[in-house]
Design a protein around this ligand. Structure first.
Ligand code: UDX
Length: 439
């Protein structure tokens, strides 16, 4: 198959690289000349484990190309994926579809034969209809079908998720398009990944429902964590106790500082807006968003609690600022409101992240950027673990205790056992486990 991938961002790049690895010929198109030049020089603009090697090997074998010209890529393709961004629109939280519709217009001008246009971007219900309308209006003779094929990959595990998906959802009622999509995903089908065919609107809604449901699980366990702290219970064991029930499942029940990233915050908001527009309000999701927003500053109060509520004159080491490990993505990271709140309370903040420092420097002001966890913690009154990077799981606690002004660990990801940490002379506070500290 010849595939054009419009948008060489996160989803476009990962999907393009994986499709080429399946044996398809993929041309990734992006309007950002700098990005395309970098990709052609072998530089990958995002941090995703394994992506550089996958891109290099498929470029070398001539199956993966990067260009800025939509017309030539689309003209030669049987399948065109739209994988451009759909950020939250400033001011109202609706998904901003201007990039999707601009891509549709460009595609319309370049279609030469029957072409399957696939929306991989996360778009509200009905956007596929609009893409179809735009193409038909611009090019009334074009032979095409518009398909919805939402992407469920997680940053940091994107290649594995793409190659071993729990399911592939394809929304279309056009048989020719379904046959083409079956061919595109044939290698996965042979791996026995289930492919679910449905109509386009159902596929579009499925993506938002999936992310909102997962966000709900996280927000739910976070509230249970707060209660666990108050009543002297352990949220990790509660999570296991409920998660072993197959109807609930063990995943997405890790209590922490609240969810972030490029998907959950924006997709929950967009789904709420759709619900309001269709007079079917999603009150549970509305509450999830409110609970998650409030949580981030609440985590700063948790740090302050260790010092009797006062952080003036205290230095705080923040370990991990990306929204989760194995990514350099800072979008909607819980660390952002948390650090602002700590500064509002008068604390001085020092920051270290294994991969996210470059992005962090674009986001934070008045913080000290450090080279490693020990340099970061030196002279600090508390260390706050915000992102559960592997390298933070085995810190030398004796050394840490010796170099900190005051040995306090606030572990917002529960990566340490309270016993181990307190044995090394620390005051310790996790999330949803009964060990409050006060200094
Ligand atoms: C998510 C979906 O998982 C993916 O299917 C979709 O395509 C895009 O959105 P991603 O944003 O990469 O992927 O991250 P994910 O691993 O889902 O984590 C989202 C947020 O929830 C992170 O901030 C993470 O720290 C938090 N989280 C997740 C928890 O706090 N607890 C959990 O148990 C799981």
């Amino acid at each position: 198959m010849r595939i054009a991938m419009i948008g060489a961002g996160y989803v476009g790049l990962v999907s393009g690289a994986c499709f080429s690895d399946f044996g398809h010929h993929v041309t990734c198109v992006d309007t950002d000349q700098g990005k395309i030049d970098a990709l052609n020089n072998g530089e990958i603009p995002i941090h995703e484990p394994g992506l550089d090697a996958l891109v290099a090997s498929n470029v070398k074998q001539g199956r993966l190309k990067f260009v800025t010209d939509v017309a030539s890529a689309v003209g030669a393709a049987e399948v065109v994926f739209i994988a451009v961004g759909t950020p939250s629109r400033r001011g109202d939280g609706h998904a901003d579809l201007s990039y999707v519709y601009a891509a549709a217009l460009e595609i319309a001008k370049a279609i030469k034969k029957f072409t399957v246009v696939v929306n991989k971007s996360t778009v509200p219900v009905g956007s596929g209809d609009e893409v179809e309308r735009i193409i038909r209006e611009e090019n009334p003779d074009a032979e095409f079908a518009v398909v919805s094929n939402p992407e469920f990959l997680r940053e940091g595990a994107a290649i594995r998720d793409f190659k071993h998906p729990d399911r592939i959802v394809i929304g279309s009622s056009d048989q020719r398009a379904k046959d083409v999509m079956a061919e595109v995903y044939r290698p996965l089908h042979l791996n026995s990944s289930p492919i679910m065919y449905t109509d386009r609107r159902t596929a579009e809604l499925t993506k938002y429902a999936a992310n909102s449901f997962l966000a709900t699980k996280v927000a739910f366990i976070n509230e249970i964590a707060d209660l666990a702290e108050k009543v002297g219970a352990n949220v990790q064991e509660v999570a296991r106790g409920i998660g072993l029930d197959n109807r609930i499942g063990l995943k997405f029940l890790h209590a922490g500082p609240g969810y972030g990233g490029s998907c959950f915050p924006k997709d929950t908001l967009a789904l709420i807006k759709t619900g309001q527009d269709y007079e079917a309000p999603l009150r549970i999701v509305e509450t999830v968003v409110a609970v998650n927003d409030q949580r981030k500053r609440a985590m700063a109060r948790k740090v302050a609690h260790a010092f009797g509520g006062n952080l003036r004159g205290k230095s705080i080491a923040i370990l991990g600022v990306t929204f989760k490990p194995n990514t350099d993505d800072m979008r909607d990271a819980p660390s952002i409101p948390l650090i602002t709140a700590l500064q509002d309370m008068g604390a001085e903040v020092r920051v270290y992240d294994p991969v996210g420092m470059e992005q962090a420097k674009k986001v934070f002001e008045n913080v000290t950027f450090c080279e490693g966890p020990y340099e970061c913690a030196r002279g600090c009154h508390a260390m706050v673990i915000v992102t559960e990077w592997e390298q933070f799981r085995a810190l030398d606690l004796k050394e840490m205790a010796a170099i900190m002004a005051c040995p306090v660990i606030i572990d917002l990801r529960n990566i340490y056992s309270p016993d181990e940490v307190t044995r090394n002379g620390f005051l310790y506070s996790g999330v949803g486990r009964p060990q409050a500290v006060a200094y």
